[in-house]
Design a protein around this ligand. Sequence first.
Ligand code: PLP
Ligand code: COI
Length: 356
Amino acid sequence: MEVMLTKTVTERLKTPPASMSGVVFGTVFSDHMFCMDWEDGKGWHNAEIKPYAPLILEPSSMVLHYAQMAFEGLKAYRTDSGEHVLFRPRENFKRMNRTAQRMCLPELDVEEVLSALKQLLRLDSGWVPHESGTSLYIRPTLVATEEAIGLKVSSKYLFFIILSPVGPYFSQGFNPVKIMVSDKYVRAVPGGVGFAKTGGNYAASNLAEKEAKELGYTQVLWLDAVERRYIEEVGAMNIFFVINDEIVTPQLTGSILPGITRMSVLELGKHWGLKVTERRISIDEVLNGLKDGSVTEVFGAGTAAVISPVGVLSYKEEEYQVGNGETGPFANRFYEHLTGIQYGKEADPFGWVESI
Ligand code: PLP
Ligand code: COI
């Protein structure tokens, strides 16, 4: 794939934030973006790195009406030796292709888009922040652009990648969050698009998240849509429980996002010789376990959220404290090792980290 390069004129270059403290996650963008078009009969074409700028889309563009789209989220990290690296980037583009299949979008060539991403990252390398716990968040996005409001599969698409320097996703940083279990709304149904990283899943969860925030909770924990009993995931992360020293997470049923951080936690846990299990977990099992002390930790895992300890769960207006409400030893160990690998502080026995 030939990538055309159009650099921003020097006068237009922006200055990356001197410090990420006080910068809200995902609100600042780098100087350049990658764009590429797809059309029926023509395939992918017009691959170009160009100045970050508004898109020109007709109001009739199909994505604006029927949300035919896919997106991804990954990060570039600055290691202690000053090198820039990606964490398991192929997994993100493979997942984007699985979303694409479900949403009838054209698939990407994983190696080609990874190479284009690296070119973009090399050009905007000054945007990878330096402070501890910060990174450059990468947002690949694929949208339907045919100008038509009849319901059908679009014949034209735009793929783009934008970059945003970020600090912690939650204002709490690596500190316990309060999570509300939703018994009123559901996120995804069997046979639906829960496993896909597509905008509609997030639009559909906004109301529950808004109501939870009004009550003082950070995010919502979703239950299965059929029995409203089995735990699925949190708004922007997968969920883990430590039950009698065993690491337990909901199995992938098609209605939860197969998180790359989730997969990495499972692989790390196995590598350490811990008992790691993917299975159905009911909310009753968790709440009873919190009461009798068999559930000692709850934590979320995601690219934006990293490892996020949960200090309180609320269900049907009752609050349940997790352990003593503090970050537990398992969440701590996963956080330290995962970020240790990402920031080059630790050996990477799995080959997860890839230089740019
Ligand atoms: N679940 C949801 C709904 C998410 O949005 C995310 C974040 O991408 C995750 C889980 C975690 O996935 P990953 O670890 O691949 O970022
Ligand atoms: C992630 O990339 O980790 C996300 O969850 C996407 C977004 C909700 C921040």
